[in-house]
Design a protein around this ligand. Structure first.
Ligand code: ZN
Length: 148
């Protein structure tokens, strides 16, 4: 796994000699200054090994693979947010079907690695897999809104 080091894009976290990478400049133009992504902080580059690990962990349900991220995830969190206090981690929920199929929520697993309270404050309105989200609209809402 290759850690992201040195200069990175302030929006997407990709290693970049520029403050904002070329892709993010294009996205900002596309959204005309209203890009919903305000910031992403990544720990590793998304190369072949990472793709294979994510596939095994997230798509083939191998829970143990997630533990390979524990130390680096905590270290990256502390580097980025270590001066902040009173964290609440809010994992993105899975659909009931996906949770049943996989047996765990990878976002909950990552949240459990952090020195933070974990809040299940969101619920999934539609149950489509993320990989199929181009076929149907998917909405994740705060529970108080989605239960209305
Ligand atoms: Zn970028």
């Amino acid at each position: 796994m290759e850690k992201i080091t040195g200069q990175r894009c302030r929006y997407c976290s990709r290693m970049s000699p520029d403050t904002v990478c070329r892709d993010c400049i294009l996205w900002q133009r596309k959204f005309d200054g209203d890009d919903p992504l305000t910031e992403n902080y990544a720990i590793f580059t998304y190369g072949e090994l990472m793709q294979a690990m994510i596939a095994k962990w997230k798509y083939r349900g191998d829970y143990a693979v997630g533990h390979a991220f524990r130390y680096a995830f905590l270290q990256g969190f502390q580097k980025k947010f270590g001066k902040c206090k009173d964290f609440v981690a809010v994992p993105i929920p899975l659909s009931a079907d996906r949770y049943k199929e996989r047996g765990f929520n990878q976002a909950q697993m990552l949240a459990s690695f952090l020195p933070a309270n974990v809040s299940e404050a969101l619920s999934r309105v539609s149950g489509e897999k993320q990989s199929k989200k181009n076929t149907k609209t998917e909405t994740i809402c705060p529970k108080s809104i989605s239960s209305q």
